[in-house]
Design a protein around this ligand. Sequence first.
Ligand code: HEM
Length: 435
Amino acid sequence: MQILRSDPETIRSRELELQRMLVVWIVTGLVFMLLPGTFLGVWNLIRISGAHTAAQLDPAWIQAHGHAQIFGWIGTFILGIGFYSLTKMGRIPEFAIWRARVSWVLWTTGVALRWATNLWQWYWRWMLPASAVLELAGCLLFLATVSRHRPGQERASEGQGGRPVWMYVVMAGSIGFLISLTANLAAAIQSAAAGVSPAISHDINQRLLVLFTWAFPVITIWGFSARWLPVFLGLPDLGGRMLLAALAVDVAGVGAAMAGWWIAAMVVFLGSAILSVAALRVFKPSVRPPKTTGVHPTFPLFVRIAYSWLLIAAAVSVCAALWDKAGGLWGSSRHALTVGFMAAMVFSIGQRVLPAFGGMHVLYSPRLMFCSLALLNTGCLLRVVSEIGAYESYLPVLWPLLPVSAVIELTAVTLFAVNLLMTFLQPPAHLAGAI
Ligand code: HEM
């Protein structure tokens, strides 16, 4: 049995190690976001715009982009922050440190292997399931480690059984993460056994995409929003029960989508998005001054815009279930969700909390933060509108705007990555004056 040493020096050195590991996870996520994720997305969109249809593009390339963004970027950030959260336990077991390292190796290898397999198809019938096994193993190691997390000193006011509501929601997001990776493994095995390429078949992939968005990152972002937005935006107290209701409705939507009841599922997701916004009080005026020290003062505005994108994404997905003919409404709703909501929330909250988590740094440039968020939203708006008009042939004159939107979004993610990398390269705030 492991004996837990808890002298202050040991605790401090383990905290520092988890801080260093957090930076490694975050930098890894940024690399996946930039090259395998966004660069490939831009490349795909330029080819689709050139051909005036998405039908000619290899679905394996599209899936490589989506997987790199959802798991390579968002998933990697979540795992890094999850391991870092152990520093709030007060007592960090030694095995947590090596598990964080092993999990990083398994996870990074799995996600990179998936991307390379989709693009180059080298022994894909073996590599596709192997990548999914590695990803699942990395996530399981993470869950086995953080499941010991206790609320400690956290505010428990709105929860049952001593845990705050945000923690239940983050735990639900972690279960969604695990289910997503398990379904991904099943789909990879099925494809390897019966498919003709590493691309997952359309019907199965549609269901996987619901898991990869509504069952995991959306829920996790709600959890982190419940944890941080009341403080950072000075919002009225969280509606805890309403947020749990939003979660329950969202789970029902996921169930409906898995059954193939698309219209019902999308209507239910719209309901869950409305409930989450009401519960988090995102559009209520602040009752305390927002905490924007170190970040751009427009930070609360961008969080509110991100939640507007969540509502738009859910509304457009109802239209997609009713009227999509060429993938334009589905693609538009997906990017309203992934870029407008998820990426914008990571840009906003990430640049607010990660500098401190990664070793008491101060954000390199609040102005770069503003530029990255302004460009991300501009690119997203252009994309969401022109994808519907162009793909669905309502307004074919919009085709040339799609590559423009892609380059604007590429600039936005590059600025975000530069800002975080420069932040971590700077000395910590308490040492900055001494140098
Ligand atoms: C520069 C920004 C981006 C560009 C240019 C881009 C481009 C594309 C393109 C062309 C597709 C093919 C389907 C379609 O035409 O809609 C696609 C699909 C997808 N994208 Fe993006 N994307 C970007 C950002 C993101 C981000 C930030 C995420 C997630 C965080 C994301 C997640 C996805 C997903 C999940 C799919 C579906 C993949 C599949 O069919 O399996 N994208 N993207």
